[in-house]
Write a protein that binds this ligand. Structure first.
Ligand code: HEM
Length: 411
């Protein structure tokens, strides 16, 4: 038994732990700068055992859990994971074992670095067009006019969906991820209804792809040609992949762009370095993904047998909470983790998770982020938070700067 496991009931938890582990809006977590709160939890309660299971906060424990064969990502009794707007397990996030490995082998190559590079030119055009819409104004609400539309335009392009679908998918994704309702069950029920509507439109796109012969380069046609164990994918399989892509691929990049530009807008010295030397952008992206952790924690995992994670005992049925954000601030893994340093060496952050369910869109995400930031910094000569505006940050399943009023000068 490890001597750093803190046993605590839900009632005894302080508001900070409640807001992290059970996503309760207690107001205890600093939404804009949660890093010192996360650092405190990591040093005071690196492992928490509470009524429902175990919460892990250090890099070593989170990585061990991400790779652990006895932890699965679908609720063993429900057979699905609540909160994603789906009645069925999504592929591949809610699969484990052999079947998960099979799907990853199929899907990973379409987002491999040498494949996604083909999108770069088109993405750059979309970024410029998006900037053209507001560049003459000298001010912009950056989240609404750049961080939200750009990744969805990029995504529609590779998806094979129509531009007219963009707003629809964005609103479905928002309604699923940010449903209102008091209990988890209420929120899940609303999310599933929205998910049904989204899937109906995705089914139409599959039907259209099939009617067109399914030979195109877009993702839907690619899925139509795929086989697992010699069998073509069913429409349900394709829907379960596409549903996850909409949920996983839009919000995350939007949030990352908003957090990175938000950080630079608040930090003039570092911003001017980047404006002077845009070749720093890839390092800026990695360091701010580490520091800001746009996806702060993993979906829950469940133990399917009594076992240990890095010496921490867990019981069958325990729910396991994994905090990527605190692991990214672990002093055992990063020198001066609370400092943002663009020349950091060995930045082995886990903003894209660790273990079997590590993000399969990370190369696409990095390309989208690089192109977005390169084009933004090539069009403006300086920018800063609008003194008349009020930036707003949120820390939910995904973290972001959801209101980011900027002023800027152009080149
Ligand atoms: C900066 C942007 C992104 C971040 C920070 C991010 C982060 C993550 C994280 C933390 C996970 C693990 C979730 C968990 O274990 O519960 C994940 C999984 C996943 N991500 Fe991303 N993601 C990003 C962009 C994307 C994009 C653009 C796609 C495109 C489709 C994508 C597709 C996926 C998929 C399919 C999974 C599930 C992988 C599996 O279960 O094997 N992500 N992502």
């Amino acid at each position: 038994m490890r001597d750093d496991v803190v046993e605590i009931s839900y009632e005894e938890m302080d508001d900070l732990l409640k807001s992290l582990i059970v996503y309760e809006g207690t107001g205890a977590l600093d939404q804009q700068c949660p890093m010192s709160d996360l650092g405190r939890v990591l040093s005071e309660t690196p492992v928490v055992r509470w009524d429902m299971g175990v919460g892990l906060f250090s890099m070593a424990d989170v990585v061990a859990a991400g790779n652990h064969p006895a932890l699965v990502s679908t609720h063993p009794e429900l057979g699905r994971t609540p909160g994603m707007g789906s009645r069925e397990p999504l592929i591949p996030l809610h699969l484990d074992g052999d079947i998960h490995r099979k799907y990853r082998r199929l899907i990973d190559p379409i987002f491999a670095p040498r494949r996604v590079v083909a999108y770069e030119e088109g993405f750059r055009r979309l970024a410029d067009e998006t900037i053209d819409e507001f560049i003459a104004d000298g001010r912009v609400e950056f989240y609404e006019h750049f961080a939200v539309p750009l990744p969805s335009k990029m995504f529609m392009q590779i998806f094979g969906a129509e531009e007219a679908d963009r707003e629809f998918f964005i609103s479905c994704k928002n309604d699923i991820l940010f449903t209102v309702g008091t209990t988890m069950e209420e929120r899940d029920a609303v999310g599933v209804e929205v998910g049904d509507r989204m899937r109906a439109r995705l089914q139409e796109l599959i039907d259209k792809g099939r009617a067109g012969g399914g030979q195109g380069d877009d993702l839907i046609d690619t899925f139509l040609r795929w086989e697992v164990d010699g069998e073509s994918l069913t429409d349900d399989d394709i829907l379960n992949i596409m549903h996850l892509f909409v949920i996983a691929g839009l919000d995350t990049v939007t949030s990352s762009i908003s957090l990175i530009v938000g950080w630079l807008a608040h930090n003039p010295e570092q911003r001017r370095e980047v404006l002077k030397d845009p070749s720093m952008i890839p390092a800026v992206i990695e360091e701010l993904l580490r520091f800001e952790s746009p996806v702060p924690s993993g979906g829950p995992r469940w133990a399917i047998e009594d076992t240990e994670i890095n010496g921490v005992p867990v019981k069958v049925g325990d729910m396991i909470y994994l905090c990527w954000a605190s692991a990214n601030l672990d002093p055992e893994s990063f020198e001066d983790p609370q400092e943002v340093r663009f020349d950091r060496e060995h930045n082995r952050h886990i903003a894209f998770a660790a273990g079997r369910h590590r993000c399969l869109g990370s190369h696409l995400a990095r390309l989208e982020l690089r192109v977005a930031l390169e084009q933004w910094h090539s069009r403006v000569s300086d920018y800063w938070v609008d003194p008349e505006g009020n930036p707003e940050y949120v820390y939910n399943g995904v973290r972001g700067a959801e209101v980011m009023p900027l002023r800027f000068t152009t080149r």
